[in-house]
Ligand binder design. Sequence first.
Ligand code: HXC
Length: 519
Amino acid sequence: MSNTDKIKKLIDLREQARKGGGEERIEGQHSRGKLTARERINILLDEGSFEEYDMFVTHRSHDFGLENQTYLSDGVVTGHGTIDGRVIYVYAQDFTVFGGSLSETHAAKICKIMDQAMKVGAPLIGINDSGGARIQEGVKSLAGYAEIFERNILASGVIPQISAIFGPCAGGAVYSPALTDFIVMSKDTSYMFVTGPKVTKTVTGEVISTEALGGAEMHSTKSGISHFMVDDEEAGLLMIRKLISYLPQNNLEDPIQTTTSDPIDRLEDELNEIIPENPNQPYDMMDVILRVVDREEFLEVHSRYARNILVGFSKFNGMPVGIVANQPNHMAGVLDIDASRKAARFVRFCDCFNIPIVTFVDVPGFLPGSAQEFGGIIIHGAKLMFAYGEATVPKVTVTLRKSYGGAHDVMSSKQLRGDLNYAWPTAEIAVMGAKGAVEILEGRKLKEITDPEEKQAFIDEKSKAYNEKFANPYEAARYGYIDDVIEPRNTRFRIIRGLQTLATKKEMNPPKKHTNIPL
Ligand code: HXC
């Protein structure tokens, strides 16, 4: 073969690999509203930056006639490229080849780029679209999954790991995404479950559709497995690019600081009026967040799950931060099981990757009731406390209104090593609200008063006294639990100056193998 022919052969092989399972199957993929693996990678990465590995890999199976059925790349496209110039490792399963199912070699390809991502210290993005274990390969496929799982585990907290689910993801296959930091699911075209509708019906008798059992809508509202639900794949891939902009390459680097035209000392007069006079009246915490961050940009995580707490990424003077905020507009911003778990995981992510945490507090306490107690609110609330208490990144806390009881301690309080704890003059930092306090402290007296009007007048009088003493930030400030009481309109400036000062913060936890967070 002449050299020219050899080069032609290479070009032909590449062309063959790019065709995946062939035109017909590609059309099938498109007709389902889905993109091919390579189309997805092209949207995700900077133009022309993708370097593919292992294009010529084929499976080694000789069972069930597979020896006559080989496709270059073996159902997964792997390699690296850049997002905004930063190195990213990526794999995208190719549904047009054996339904994207995972063979021994398919797994080995994924493991290879996972190992390289760890060596280089670069984020890993996995695009999942697969029928699961390659049935013809049996146990070798299971071993391949476990090889990936172990790498996901070891990479956790070292490099950011993001999973997109753009098709089926079922059985044990769900555990790789579950081990990563963020899961993005496309509406109507993706699903995740451990056991599908057929097995569910056989085992439990329950009849349920694929979408209801494991669709993006369910996972972004009920289970919280999905952090982001997107209308289509392109939106999902662009969202991942945005997410990456807030993250460092690895746990030894800081997130990338950018410049902004938004002035650091921008006063927001409307914040002075945002807290309603009536303490039981809600307001939208998002209005506060958008007014203080750079250019009103906030990438909300879990926006449709446990909406009583808001978490997401933003920037202050170009510095990426993680924001955690109680949301008075939903269930009065109370902490319950789901909110505690949601925020705890987010706080731990930020701490892993050196992202400062800014917390806005307006919390009436933990949600009472048997459902919460039976569900283990004690241990789930402890997760959030643990996450904050363990975090060594800069922590700035601003208490806007209520901060009651155990929830006060949990929400990045001074004693959980909060670095800067500010309060607005409208803050109420106390063991509990006035009504509850009066009922307990004056219970004996209240029983004696039979006339309802007299009773109410007594409650009002005692509540007023209680409020005067405790429904303010100054009692906490008197003890130094609050570093300063600040004017709401000046919040942006105070947070930015705080973060600038804390940029060189060094804090270590005692040496240990690992913590034993209450799981
Ligand atoms: C081999 C597979 C496959 C698999 C699909 N294909 N899944 N090949 N192993 N697991 C092939 C099909 O034969 C078909 O090949 C092509 O992919 C597309 O599949 P269709 O069924 O035509 O597509 P669709 O109707 O869209 O259905 C997609 C699907 C279905 C829902 C994923 O294919 C399916 O149920 N597959 C089996 C899923 C499964 O049970 N997997 C094992 C789970 S156990 P042709 O040649 O016709 O294009 C598991 C354990 C993991 O994963 C454990 C980890 C610890």
